[in-house]
Design a protein around this ligand. Structure first.
Ligand SMILES: [Zn+2]
Length: 277
């Protein structure tokens, strides 16, 4: 088994999104009105080459985000608070092809959550079984989904996700998990916060746990400093998840790989585990 990082372009967000500011009710307003931007951060997706078939974790984004009208024009977040930079050749399907991996080779696609920079590349995988935590999927649907910051009208028409069923109990601090593979070397755990039904994938190779963390934090640094982002609907839930991850990493060697940390790819390559003092 091997885990690869695929970078599908970059995204610019506000400083107030990276580092949530103010009371819960005002955090999103502070993101929208904030004037400071952070340096562009990568948009990573992950590819697990496994003997049971390729597993893709998140799909990165699509170059179509730069087409006028791709996002609902009335949604202030896209207008004022985010800038995507994705070129067609950076999309995941193109990059997988270069690695010799075609759509039929990808058995499973697992989404940590369905924000566009994680689900935008889904259309490359019409042959795969797509797994989403169903409460997350339901949160994306219809007008309410657009209000919640998703783009349900841009998801592939064939999309009918399989439920992630947490049918096992107790993996370190995580109460429930799902064994993705038959020997359990790939697992899904619940990591609520950034979205209420956000999940993470843990891929274990020779006792090292590669923690494909989605947006549980934007970087290892913000995890260690327990800084919640500015868009989590419930910052306390996000904080509890961060504590769980830190506790997990104190029990098991863990390479922490959030989707937007510029250092994630380097940590993956060099197997640099989270060190907790
Ligand atoms: Zn997100």
């Amino acid at each position: 088994m091997k885990v690869h990082a695929i970078q599908t372009g970059t995204v610019e967000i506000k400083k107030n999104q990276m580092i949530g500011r103010g009371p819960k009710a005002l955090r999103l307003v502070n993101v929208l009105l904030g004037t400071k931007w952070v340096e562009p951060v990568p948009i990573y997706a992950w590819v697990i080459e496994h003997k049971e078939g390729v597993i893709v974790v998140d799909t990165g984004d699509t170059a179509r985000t730069s087409e006028p009208g791709y996002f609902p024009r009335w949604q202030p977040y896209y207008k004022f608070a985010v800038r995507f930079h994705v070129k067609p050749e950076q999309e995941i399907g193109v990059q997988l092809k270069k690695m010799g991996i075609g759509p039929k080779d990808v058995k499973k696609v697992i989404l940590t959550h369905m924000h566009t920079d994680h689900a935008g590349g889904l259309y490359h995988f019409p042959e795969s079984q797509v797994y989403v935590n169903i409460p997350e999927y339901k949160r994306t649907l219809g007008f309410q989904g657009q209000l919640n910051g998703y783009v349900p009208h841009r998801m592939p028409a064939w999309l009918s996700p399989n439920a992630i069923v947490f049918d096992n109990e107790g993996f370190g601090p995580f109460r429930k998990f799902w064994n993705v593979t038959s020997n359990g070397d790939v697992k899904v755990v619940a990591t609520e916060g950034h979205t209420p039904a956000h999940i993470s994938v843990i891929s274990t190779i020779e006792d090292v746990h590669y923690f494909l963390a989605g947006d549980t934090s934007y970087s290892e640094e913000t995890l260690l400093r327990k800084i919640t982002d500015g868009v989590s609907p419930d910052p306390n839930q996000a904080l509890e998840t961060m504590r769980n991850i830190l506790s997990f990493a104190s029990q098991y060697p863990t390479v922490y790989l959030p989707s937007h940390d510029p250092k994630s790819e380097m940590r993956l390559k060099n197997k640099i585990a989270l060190s907790i003092h």
